[in-house]
Design a protein around this ligand. Structure first.
Ligand SMILES: C[S@@+](CC[C@H](N)C(=O)[O-])C[C@H]1O[C@@H](n2cnc3c(N)ncnc32)[C@H](O)[C@@H]1O
Length: 327
């Protein structure tokens, strides 16, 4: 049943999240501290948060495919104790090492986020259990995005998702996002583009060989069945009854190439090594590591940074979409 429609006053452009109050350098350090053994992911998430901070996340809000909630926690200004990171609760023997939560998983919080999120959803129970322990979401719902969303029409003022390309039934999913959005609400999607497949070492297969490319992670793209180019995404939005209010590319070809090589192949070894140290030694190496990567990545922490000559499709775009009215 549709929610009653009450007029809302939007403050635009307005901001949300940590980056409206803190510097880019501090934000980068917070993401690095949480994701230190995958610094390329920390950089990507910082760029994502910086771009997302341009818009206020009006409530009621839903974070679709919220995962363990760490991204949204940091985005909204939360601060963890330096001893915490996402590698403290992993199962290195599992296919997806993060699909695991230990009984004593309790991320130590120094500062709670400046805002809450009404609902978080995810496919994986372990992710929701981790998210629950952040005390960020009022409600968490296990849900597969290939199926209709379990919310009434026009429920949310903000519908946020940074993982839409994981969904096979993409047209059905986008139509569902529109359905649950209040007529004056916004759907915020951060979508990767298929150009990413070209921003890899794949073209050097003749030199590197298949084995090296597989070690770097050639199968990554298999998780993203509906990766598409910009015009395909925009056609999908139109078919779902979503109009593009604004769009902002924020990950360039340069960033994507850095991410492609990253520390991914050696991450399981780094995690094993880090988790077999005493907490004191782990903490001291981590502090130096975060300092080093904060300096190394600072010049790259710019959504427009491009070192390749010419114009290139971005690797990820931030879209603010509004429900189109019929007739
Ligand atoms: C890259 S993670 C992003 C998590 C979180 N939004 C973040 O920024 O850290 C993608 C998430 O999508 C979830 N996911 C994958 N397929 C899904 C599906 N069909 N339905 C719902 N969630 C799904 C995964 O469990 C995972 O938590």
């Amino acid at each position: 049943m549709p929610a009653p429609m009450t007029p809302i006053v939007e403050r635009e452009p307005s901001q949300s999240g940590a980056s409206q109050r803190i510097s880019k350098a501090v934000l980068l350090r917070r993401f690095l501290s949480a994701y230190w053994l995958r610094p390329e992911n920390a950089l990507w998430m910082t760029l994502r948060s910086l771009t997302l901070s341009k818009i206020r996340l009006a409530r009621p809000s839903v974070d679709i495919s919220c995962g363990d909630g760490v991204f949204s926690f940091l985005h909204l200004g939360g601060v963890f104790d330096p001893g915490f990171d996402v590698f403290t609760s992993v199962a290195l023997t599992a296919g997806d090492m993060f699909d695991h939560v230990s009984d004593d998983y309790r991320p130590p919080v120094e500062t709670a986020p400046g805002d809450r999120i009404d609902v978080g959803t995810d496919f994986k129970a372990s992710m929701l259990q981790k998210a629950e322990r952040l005390r960020l979401y009022d409600r968490l719902v296990q849900h597969d995005n290939n199926l209709p969303l379990p919310f009434d029409d026009a429920t949310f003022r903000t519908v946020y998702c940074n993982a839409p390309y994981w969904v096979q039934n993409i047209d059905g999913f986008l139509a569902e996002l529109r359905r649950i959005t209040h007529p004056q609400g916004k759907v915020i999607l951060q979508v990767k583009l298929s150009s990413m497949k070209d921003y890899t070492l794949g073209r050097f297969e003749a030199v590197l060989g298949r084995k090296v490319l597989d070690l770097i992670g050639g199968a990554r793209f298999d998780c993203w069945p509906t990766l598409a180019d910009r015009s395909t995404w925009e056609s999908r939005f139109a078919r779902a009854g979503l109009g593009v209010h604004s769009s902002a590319p924020f990950v360039t070809r340069t960033h994507a190439h850095l991410w492609d090589v990253g520390l991914r192949p050696i991450a399981p070894l780094l995690i094993r090594m880090a988790n077999s140290l005493t907490p004191q030694t782990r903490g001291s190496i981590k502090a130096d590591w975060v300092d080093l990567f904060a300096d190394l990545l600072a010049p790259l922490c710019d959504p427009h940074l491009e070192v390749f000559p010419g114009r290139h499709e971005p690797a990820e775009i931030h879209y603010v979409l509004t429900p189109l009215t019929c007739g």
